[in-house]
Design a protein around this ligand. Structure first.
Ligand SMILES: Cc1ncc(COP(=O)(O)O)c(C=O)c1O
Length: 282
């Protein structure tokens, strides 16, 4: 029986319920994380929970959990569900209170919920690459917070699906920001370009791993803004996320990227990523 974590307890999926007055449900007033498990171990879990607590602090939400306590929760979740390879979704909302935009007074307890699912690595996409579509970035100006408000991302992803592609690459005006659920990189003349970490993008944990690999491999990692045109003229393009890992993009808006095949820098990053799975999972 699948078990879900809600408010300190592991309960059967069929019994797992939240209130209609939960502020996550009514306002999207909450935050989340998504963490990967490889072979029963958690990948870069400390980085994920540090970001989770940062997101909480940015929306003035005190979770009452430390990074270590959160790690214990998700470890237990994997164990009770006997999951080896898969993902864990965890979210925290500001809690249950009568609908009113301002924070509840007095404070209510945050509602923390987590579930885990088994799935394999995206081997086919990693090998062959994906197609992407570009779309205007219409999201709010705090994309650095991993908030439950994902309507802009949802609409972008749906746009990608409508054009028979797997990811939407968003841009504000000419400037490429990030994917609907990924960070975006253009590789040109052996260097990796990606949007700097600021309020326009989520500071991806996989982005961090890619930065570590480029340092290991002496590949220039340039955190600079670039245009849609630059992206389309790149030698290689990749998107990264906890679930997509280092996924090559071989076509954008129906146009081939570079040679239209997976390039050498991408392959090097993928190899490096496999090594980090070995060394950064516990
Ligand atoms: C908007 C957005 N940007 C970037 C990422 C990549 O972040 P991470 O590598 O931490 O999964 C995600 C992941 O879901 C995302 O939703």
């Amino acid at each position: 029986m699948t078990k879900v974590f809600i408010n300190g307890e592991f309960i059967d999926q069929s019994e797992a319920k939240v209130s209609y007055e939960d502020r996550g449900y009514v306002f999207g007033d909450g935050i989340y994380e998504y963490i990967r498990a490889y072979d029963g171990k958690l990948f870069t879990v400390t980085e994920h929970f540090e970001r989770f607590l940062r997101s909480a602090a940015e929306i003035q939400l005190d979770l009452g959990y430390t990074v270590e306590e959160l790690i214990d929760v998700v470890r237990e979740l994997l164990k009770v569900n006997q999951i080896k390879n898969g993902g864990i979704y965890i979210q925290a909302t500001r809690g249950v209170a009568p609908r009113n935009h301002s924070f509840p007074t007095p404070d209510v307890k945050p509602v923390i919920m987590a579930f885990a699912k088994s799935y394999d690595r995206p081997f086919e996409d990693l090998e062959n690459g994906i197609n992407a579509a570009t779309v205007e970035d219409i999201r709010w100006l705090r994309c650095d917070i991993k908030s439950l408000n994902l309507l802009g991302n949802v609409l972008a992803k749906e746009y990608a699906v409508k054009y028979n592609t797997s990811e939407a690459i968003q841009h504000r005006g000419d400037i490429v920001t990030e994917g609907a659920s990924s960070n975006v990189y253009a590789i040109k003349d052996g260097a990796i370009y990606t949007h700097p970490v600021n309020n326009y993008i989520l500071n991806g944990i996989t982005r961090k791993v890619i930065k570590w690999i480029s340092e290991d491999e002496d590949i220039p990692f340039k955190e600079e803004t670039f245009t849609v045109e630059f992206l389309k003229n790149a030698d290689e393009v990749i998107v990264s996320s906890t679930s997509a890992e280092v996924t090559p993009v071989v076509k954008i808006d129906g146009e081939q990227v570079g040679e239209g095949t997976v390039g050498p820098v991408t392959r090097k990053l993928q190899e490096g990523f496999n090594k980090y799975i070995e060394t950064r999972s516990n």
